[in-house]
Design a protein around this ligand. Structure first.
Ligand code: AMP
Length: 288
């Protein structure tokens, strides 16, 4: 496994690989868990070469404190990727990615206006810039993204379509704990009590989806209140948003008619977690 910290090393390695082989790419911010590794495994299965990047992208953090707190776990990450037989890890410094004088931004329009976009100003601009830059550097055939960050997947898909990038974006299912909690690098910040409260996020999303089966004319107001009441029960946690959106366009739905994507962001104490559940038909609920 080659570990490239410099763009020049990355490009030298990839120069000979690209011509005749399929290249899969998994961009990450590190502190890898089974969610990340599921993308790596999928890429390994579908490509001859797999490249993974680890870069905590300062431009996508709307809060400096969150950027500072973001866990770095380089040596453990490398160990995990070695076990997966990854071919290349790109581990650049911020200086390497954003050298002095860097001044380009990338903005995807409508899709970034609601859900996380409303509450994290500039977040998706930062995501689009880094993903486009990494795509240019790696030039993969396929790029793998997790549906936990469903809005991110849509934004990347839109950018790829609008700019005619020759890359297939592959959305991958959410990996969860047995209790349903979506794996996230931020979960390690939770105390054991907070961890227990965090498991209510998926549980409540599932209940909302199940209510569609059992109740006719279920209103959005009702499910929104259910979700908020359940999560904010003890006054320590806060629902940032809970929405029912069209799974393709992420536009807010006025009526609860499948297909529906229930998406939520919840502050469990000082940790912000996101999750979503897709309902294709009233009896057909996906956790990822
Ligand atoms: P991050 O390191 O948080 O930027 O995530 C890197 C990639 O891993 C993104 O495409 C995420 O959507 C994906 N990912 C993170 N957590 C999960 C999960 N629980 N299941 C599936 N994919 C995930």
């Amino acid at each position: 496994m080659l570990i490239a910290k410099k763009i020049i090393d990355l490009q030298n390695f990839l120069k000979n690989k690209r011509a005749h082989h399929s290249l899969g790419f998994v961009p990450t911010m590190g502190d890898l868990h089974e969610g990340h590794l599921s993308l790596v495994k999928r890429s390994k299965k579908e490509n001859i070469f797999t490249a993974v990047s680890i870069f905590v992208n300062p431009k996508q953090f709307d809060c400096k404190e969150d950027f500072k707190k973001y866990k770095r776990n380089e040596s453990k990450d490398i160990e995990k990727l070695r076990k997966e037989n990854v071919d290349l890890v790109f581990l650049p410094s911020a200086q390497e990615i954003y050298p002095k004088g860097f001044q380009t931004s990338v903005e995807v329009g409508g899709l970034t206006k609601n859900l996380c976009g409303t509450f994290r100003p500039g977040h998706f601009k930062g995501v689009a810039a880094i993903v486009l830059k990494l795509f240019n550097l790696v030039q993969p055939d396929k790029a793998y993204f997790g549906l936990k960050d469903v809005q991110q997947v849509k934004v990347v898909e839109q950018m790829v379509k609008d700019l005619n990038l020759p890359i297939h974006v592959i959305p991958c299912p959410i990996v969860r704990e047995q209790n349903g909690l979506a794996l996230s690098s931020r979960n390690s910040r939770l105390s054991s009590e907070e961890y227990f409260r965090a498991t209510k996020i998926f549980f409540s999303l599932r209940v909302c989806a199940d209510l569609l089966k059992s109740r006719r004319n279920l209103s959005l107001k009702f499910v929104r209140e259910y979700f908020r009441n359940h999560l904010e029960l003890q006054g320590r946690d806060k629902v940032e948003y809970f929405e029912a959106v069209d799974p393709e366009t992420l536009v807010f739905l006025k009526k609860l008619k499948p297909p529906i994507l229930f998406a939520a962001a919840v502050w469990i104490g000082k940790t912000r977690l996101i999750d979503n559940v897709l309902v294709l038909k009233p009896h057909h609920v996906y956790g990822g």
